[in-house]
Design a protein around this ligand. Structure first.
Ligand code: GDP
Length: 368
């Protein structure tokens, strides 16, 4: 009988070391981990094997043919990048609980009710049944009791499937729910900062009626900035604690660099533009005059402005997005996987960032 890895669910194999599920020897031991998950558990080594989105489609179509309760997990810090059309469309007609994870990254003063309102508005045009909206933090354990109550009420003797993009914290959330509501720690799933850790479905018996939690692979969001960086750099951009917002008053022909990843150039300031930056504390924000932009791009990327590092920068091309805000309502410019800038006031902005990464504009999520 084929054996599966206890960590990522891949079928174990001894032939191809660079492929999923590789293990030097398949022993009689019940709890086997592939080499990659074994390393993740024991040495925090982070080799990068990612399930392709083609595999994702196959697995998710199979999942959705089942009559389960779906938990759609999104990253609150990267909502637009993780509430993707691919997943939302696939959930059509399903019973869904929306879980927005990583709440701990938001400033403590953030009003939860307002964020839930904001999330409900985002769900107005979807074609699945929203049975609940929860804001949680898997790492800090915030609001997990409330989520578990909703799961118990909505489940109706069904299995519970966890779906979402890679890196939204699916495995972390399941681990926390297991720890809190089911004592068996050996069921814990490998988590890492590598997108796409979970390569196949993992069934974790959880409920007394023999129903289970089922973890599914994450859809890789190609537009997420971390796909353009090496592990050392993306550890820098992923915030590991509460974000400390930094506000700037802006005048015309000022610009702001966020590391060497983003440069927002204020080409026209019509009235009182202020911006608040929400990024990892490890990123340096540098304000300078617009006329210096070409010089900064030529001389300082990889040195004064990092990430990218010197070794990454040769593979990166920059592109420009233009925005114009009328100042009637505060807006966020969101950089998928990196963070966001809340803008109030009216003006025109030219945003330089990595080609192939997603930049979205939305009504401000905080401080409206
Ligand atoms: P998955 O790919 O969706 O299963 O995501 P993982 O559970 O492997 O988590 C991806 C990354 O996000 C890891 O670095 C986690 O530590 C981090 N993470 C997960 N949940 C949270 C959370 O609630 N808050 C914060 N700040 N980070 C989280």
């Amino acid at each position: 009988m084929l054996k599966k890895c206890m960590g990522c669910g891949s079928i174990l194999q001894t032939e191809f070391e660079d492929k999923a599920g590789y293990i030097p020897e398949i022993t009689k031991n019940k709890d086997l981990f592939c080499k990659r998950c074994f390393r993740l558990k024991h040495y925090s080594e982070l080799p990068k094997i990612i399930a392709s989105n083609l595999d994702y489609e196959k697995v998710i179509d199979n999942v959705l043919s089942k009559n389960g309760l779906m938990i759609l997990i999104v990253d609150l810090f990267d909502f637009s990048g993780s509430f993707t059309k691919t997943i939302v469309d696939k959930l059509r007609g399903k019973d869904v609980i929306l879980v927005a994870n990583k709440y701990d990254l938001f400033p403590k003063s953030t009003n939860v009710t307002k964020i839930v309102d904001w999330l409900s508005k985002s769900c107005e045009k979807v074609f699945f049944r929203v049975l609940g909206i929860h804001i949680v933090s898997s790492t800090k354990g915030y609001y997990l009791d409330e989520l578990m109550n909703t799961i118990d009420l909505a489940r109706k003797s069904r299995d519970v499937y966890f779906v979402g993009c890679a890196n939204v914290g699916k495995s972390s959330l399941i681990n926390q729910l297991l720890k809190k509501f089911n004592a068996k720690t050996e069921d814990l799933i490998a988590t890492s900062v590598i997108p796409g850790t979970t390569l196949d479905q993992i069934v974790i018996p959880f409920f007394e009626d023999n129903k289970a939690f089922i973890d599914t692979p994450g859809l890789i969001n190609e537009g997420n900035i971390i796909n353009k960086l090496l592990p050392k750099s993306y550890k820098m951009i992923l915030p590991n604690g509460e974000i400390n917002p930094i506000t700037y008053q802006i005048t015309k022909n000022n610009c702001i660099f966020v590391g060497g990843i983003v440069c927002v150039d204020f080409t026209e300031v019509i009235n009182n533009v202020s911006l608040t930056c929400y990024f990892s504390k490890s990123l340096t924000i540098h304000r300078t005059k617009s006329e210096k932009i070409p010089h900064f791009f030529k001389e300082h990327i990889g040195t004064l402005l990092t990430p990218p590092s010197v070794e990454e920068k040769d593979n990166i091309k920059y592109t420009i997005h233009n925005f114009e805000f009328d100042g009637k309502i505060k807006k966020d410019i969101v950089f998928s996987g990196l963070g966001f800038i809340t803008v109030s006031g009216s003006g025109k902005f030219m945003v330089h960032t990595f080609e192939g990464t997603d930049v979205f504009v939305r009504n401000a999520i905080i401080g409206r």
